[in-house]
Design a protein around this ligand. Structure first.
Ligand SMILES: N[C@@H](CCC(=O)N[C@@H](CS)C(=O)NCC(=O)O)C(=O)O
Length: 184
């Protein structure tokens, strides 16, 4: 069975959420990060950088949450064309390389947050999810970042009602509630 390695409150929850959405059976291997289990040789053999999440699927090892999401989407989701794959890659890269640093790095937040939220708001004014009206891995990557933003930064998103409605749709999903929504 696929193994997902993560800490109690870590980005492993993003991957776990997608596994729940896909209905793929998995074992969550909870590392005690306070005790530095992620820096012990056993885990470094999976990810030599010592960061979580990582997965082991049969003989295949993979780390970096975005790479794992894309792998799972290709293997267990229904991406059929290079264009489908590229669009998912675009949103996953956006979540991790543009949205995350833009919002969670304090020095850039005031400048970046309005721009990020306005663009997303415009999208959600006309569609339910990022790539149309069906939920995809893009929503896991970006939806997780939006949910973390609300939990940790608590910005006033009232100027972006379509983003707030989208977050509401995300939060109703049982996979989200079992994982990121259960972080306390
Ligand atoms: N870009 C990486 C970030 C991984 C990351 O920073 N993970 C944190 C937990 S959320 C970690 O392992 N921290 C432990 C450490 O840095 O020692 C990803 O998305 O997988």
């Amino acid at each position: 069975m696929l193994k997902l390695y993560g800490g109690a409150r870590s980005r492993a929850s993003i991957v776990q959420w997608y596994l729940e959405e896909l209905g793929v059976p998995y074992e969550f291997v909870l590392l005690d990060m306070q005790a530095k289990e992620h820096l012990q040789p056993e885990y470094l053999a999976i990810n030599p950088i010592g960061k979580v999440p990582a997965i082991v699927d049969g003989d295949f090892k993979l780390w970096e949450s975005g790479a794992i999401l894309l792998y799972l989407a290709q293997k267990y989701g229904n991406l059929s064309t290079p264009e489908d794959l590229a669009v998912m890659n675009q949103w996953i890269s956006f979540a991790n390389a543009t949205f995350g640093p833009g919002v969670f790095v304090e020095a850039s937040r005031d400048r970046e947050l309005p721009r990020l939220m306005s663009g997303l708001n415009q999208i959600f004014e006309t569609q339910q999810f990022l790539v149309g009206d069906d939920f995809t891995v893009a929503d896991v990557a970006v939806g997780a970042m939006l949910a973390y933003t609300l939990m940790m930064i608590k910005p006033d998103l009232s100027p972006y009602p379509a983003v707030l409605a989208y977050v509401g749709r995300i939060q109703q999903r049982s996979g989200f509630q079992k994982t990121i929504g259960n972080r306390g």
